[in-house]
Write a protein that binds this ligand. Structure first.
Ligand SMILES: [Zn+2]
Length: 235
C-alpha cells in the first residue's frame, strides 16, 4: 500500500534531474546516487572483521559480540549524513542497496566472513514506524551484504515491541519500557548454533545494537557479529 507522499516522491524522482545526494551536482551517465568526487570523498573506516578495531571496543564489557565493524565514518554535515538522511527520511531506500553492494564487495574481498555468516538480520523498526516510512532503511543493505557473504536475510524474527528510541541517557540503557522487553524473538530454533550478522544504519552509542544482540544471545549456541553503514567516530 503506497502513501500519497511515496507516490509524489516517486514522481519527483522521475521528473527531477538526477543529482548527487552529497553535493547536488548533476550526475553524469554511469554515476548513481553520488558524483565521482563525493564517492571518492566517502570516509571508509577500513576496519575489517579480522583485526581488533574501535567498534569492537564500543561493545567490550557490555555484550558478547564475536566481532564488530562498520563501513563509513558518520560526521555532522557530511556526505554520509546526507546519504543516510535521504535513505531514512526522503523515501530513497535504494541508497541502502547502493551502500550494501559496495560494502558487500569489501567484505567479500576481506574474506573473513564469507561462509561464516549464516543469517543477516537488519535491526527491526516498530510496525508503526515501518508503516510511516514504508520500508526498513536497513533491509536492502542487509540483503546485499547477505548476497556477498552467501548468507540469507531474516526479517520479522526479531521484533521491536515499542515505538520508542533506545534510551541511553538514564544510566544504563533502557532494556525495558515498564516491564515489557523492547525487542522480542518470534522464533528461536532457526538461529540455534548459527552465526548471525546484525546490521543497523548508524552506530552511535551502540545501545541499539547492544539490546538487539542481548535479545539474540538468548538463543542457544548463537554467535552474533555486528556491523553498520556508518559509525560516529569515538572522541
Ligand atoms: Zn557530489
Amino acid at each position: 500500500m503506497y502513501k500519497l507522499t511515496n507516490i509524489l516522491n516517486a514522481i519527483n524522482n522521475i521528473l527531477l534531474p538526477r543529482v548527487c545526494f552529497g553535493c547536488n551536482a548533476h550526475l553524469s551517465r554511469g554515476e548513481e546516487h553520488l558524483c565521482t568526487v563525493c564517492r571518492n570523498d566517502l570516509p571508509l573506516t577500513e576496519y575489517n572483521f579480522n583485526a581488533e578495531n574501535p567498534i569492537d571496543r564500543i561493545f567490550f564489557g557490555r555484550i558478547d559480540v564475536k566481532k564488530a565493524s562498520s563501513f563509513l565514518y558518520f560526521r555532522e554535515n557530511s556526505i554520509v549524513q546526507r546519504l543516510i538522511h535521504h535513505l531514512k527520511y526522503r523515501n530513497q531506500p535504494q541508497i541502502g542497496k547502493f551502500l550494501g553492494d559496495w560494502y558487500g564487495q569489501v567484505l567479500q574481498e576481506d574474506n573473513s566472513l564469507v561462509e561464516t555468516i549464516d543469517y543477516v538480520i537488519p535491526v527491526p523498526l516498530h510496525r508503526t514506524k515501518l508503516r510511516q516510512r514504508g520500508y526498513n532503511q536497513v533491509s536492502q543493505f542487509a540483503e546485499r551484504l547477505a548476497h556477498y557473504l552467501r548468507a540469507d536475510t531474516i526479517e520479522n524474527l526479531l521484533k521491536k515491541t515499542a515505538n520508542t528510541k533506545t534510551q541511553t541517557k538514564k544510566g544504563r540503557i533502557g532494556r525495558s519500557q515498564g516491564n515489557e522487553a523492547l525487542y522480542i524473538l518470534e522464533n528461536t530454533t532457526l538461529l540455534e548454533h548459527k552465526n548471525v550478522l546484525l546490521v543497523d544504519d548508524v552506530i552511535t552509542t551502540g545501545a541499539t545494537m547492544e539490546i538487539c544482540a542481548e535479545t539474540l544471545l538468548q538463543i542457544p549456541g548463537i554467535s552474533v557479529y555486528v556491523t553498520s553503514m556508518a559509525v560516529v567516530p569515538l572522541a
